[in-house]
Design a protein around this ligand. Structure first.
Ligand code: ZN
Length: 162
């Protein structure tokens, strides 16, 4: 399951604050983390969220590599039965591979955030399916993932909370 995520506004018109606990297992440098946070803010513009490791926060781990079974995944959202669990992962090595030779912290941080935002949307909307385009597209062209333009990664309009 290829999944990226967003923040939760489930079913009701009332937005709730989404706490995201970022677990950096790869030692991102500060420039990369800054770019990550900036892009996440752009992509999650409609969601009230903050980085906060509250016990009930969504765990968003940045790891080096995905499980072997999903060797090409950029990120994953784990499931518990029918539910998408508040456990999301983003993988540095597969993201770097998709960026080819680009290693600029601004580009890497931005790409990681795009994958993270995708997984967060899976969780917040409890959606296991994908859209044809936008943030919940199943895959992203490398040129888009590395690109400065955030617009291809905004959530498609039809993806309203259910
Ligand atoms: Zn997905």
């Amino acid at each position: 399951m290829l999944v990226l995520l967003f923040l939760a506004v489930l079913g009701s018109a009332q937005a709730q604050l989404l706490d995201v606990c970022l677990e950096d297992r790869v030692g991102l440098n500060s420039a990369t983390k800054t770019a990550f946070a900036e892009e996440l803010s752009i992509l999650l513009e409609k969601t009230e969220w903050r980085l906060n490791c509250h016990p009930s926060a969504v765990r968003l781990a940045v790891r080096f590599s995905p499980p072997l079974r999903y060797a090409s995944a950029l990120g994953l959202a784990y499931r518990t039965g029918e539910r998408i669990a508040p456990r999301l992962e983003v993988y540095l090595n597969t993201v770097l591979r998709s960026l080819n030779e680009v290693r600029a912290p601004s580009v890497v941080g931005r790409a990681l955030a795009r994958v993270a935002a995708h997984e967060l949307v899976h969780f917040t909307f409890q959606r296991t399916d994908h859209d044809a385009s936008g943030l919940l597209a199943e895959r992203f062209p490398a040129t888009q993932l590395a690109g400065a333009d955030s617009r291809p990664f905004l959530l498609a309009r039809k993806s309203a909370p259910r």
